[in-house]
Design a binder for this molecule. Structure first.
Ligand code: EPU
Length: 340
């Protein structure tokens, strides 16, 4: 029986370091314990917060329900052919440690996703992506527990309905499943991907054949370390907003007024704008307001330097949204999930 801890301070379990309390907290390391936790929540009529690394949540208040910390560990090769290995990884594994493990075992594909905070089980929910690669390109299937029935089910890549920072687990199936394991199809032969501008620039001194996955990983780590604050020193949840996706026509209009606007082709006649550039241009970089702050090197990252309430960060986010709307006519969308 896992231990249910009442009135539990979540400050160490969310990377914004918000000192909010959970009515109950439990760590589960396998499906049996998870089922017991779900039963406890149902019996006590408690709402659920499924916690991985706590690197993409904003606690705007105490959580009046049960926080379930997913700690399932383990990696297993479930299939292999001449070119690939299918690696099944338990949801509670740390994401970056998995990337390091794959590189150490000459399994390639995850290198661009180095140093992303969080757990393996949380990664598919928002289809984590960085430096030109998204997890949806490597994930073949995942296992999840149906919260209502307690049954374990398999989702294929297609049934996860991945999009930019999006999946079915944020939409139609929000709060319906607990992801317990994820399977990745990894390459035995390196196929480096360096089309993302900042990454290409960092490796510009090398020819394509000289670039190894290990060098890609090292370059991504260097870029991230340079630009993004370490949550251990400066509490943050990475990008606080999604990059807005707009039509080509809208982009042409904005470009006339702001020739320097940073944009990427998002396919299907759509353009993705760099929200960091918009916020920066609106004058927010390095500013402090409402008790929270905008990071000095990357305006898309809000920080909680005084480790105060999540409400302070959300108030700053509201001010930024309003000012970006006033200047560019676009409403930014918050990326992390807000609780309760
Ligand atoms: N920019 C500015 N000012 C800023 C920030 C950015 O002008 O203050 C410009 C940069 O110069 C660059 C462009 O905006 O030309 C894009 O910046 P960056 O490469 O840092 O990427 P991003 O679009 O801001 C996204 C992801 C990050 C991911 C990077 C790299 C989202 C919401 N964010 O950021 O993901 O690491 O690309 O792929 O898509 C996260 O989700 O938490 C996260 C950190």
């Amino acid at each position: 029986m896992p231990l249910f801890l009442p009135h539990f301070n979540l400050q160490k379990f969310n990377t914004l370091a918000v000192p909010a309390f959970a009515a109950y907290f439990v760590s589960v390391k396998n499906t049996e314990e998870l089922r017991e936790a779900l039963l406890f929540a149902r019996t006590e009529n408690l709402s659920l917060l499924l916690l991985g690394g706590g690197s993409n949540i904003v606690l705007q208040d105490d959580f009046p329900g049960l926080v379930v910390h997913i700690k399932h560990q383990g990696k297993e090769i479930v299939h292999e052919d001449d070119d690939h290995v299918w690696l099944q990884v338990a949801a509670g594994e740390n994401w970056h440690q998995l990337v390091e493990y794959t590189l150490a075992n000459a399994l390639y594909g995850l290198e661009n996703l180095s140093l992303i905070p969080g757990s393996v089980g949380a990664a598919p929910i928002q289809n984590i992506g960085a430096y030109g690669v998204e997890i949806k390109e490597l994930l073949t299937e995942l296992t999840a527990l149906d919260i209502r029935s307690g049954l374990s089910v398999t989702f294929t890549n297609q049934s996860c309905q991945f999009g930019y920072r999006d999946s079915i687990f944020k939409g139609a199936l929000k709060d319906r499943y607990v992801i317990t394991a994820v399977t990745f199809k990894l390459n035995k032969r390196p196929q480096v991907r360096v089309e993302y501008p900042a990454l290409r620039a960092a490796l510009a001194h090398l020819t394509q054949t000289e670039i190894t996955p290990e060098l890609v990983s090292a370059a991504v780590i260097a870029i991230r370390t340079n630009k993004l604050p370490d949550p251990a020193d400066t509490p943050n949840v990475g990008s606080f907003f999604k990059n807005p996706v707009i039509s080509k026509i809208q982009h042409e209009e904005l470009k006339l007024r702001y020739p320097g606007i940073v944009a990427y082709d998002a396919g299907e006649g759509q353009i993705k704008l760099a929200a960091g550039w918009l916020i920066d241009r609106a004058g927010w970089k390095g500013k402090e307001a409402a008790g929270a702050a905008v990071h000095k090197d990357q305006a898309l990252v809000l920080t909680n330097p005084h480790k105060t309430s999540g409400q302070a960060v959300l108030e700053l986010a509201r001010l930024i949204k309003q000012s970006v709307f006033d200047q560019f006519g676009l409403w930014l969308e918050i990326e992390p999930r807000v609780y309760p």
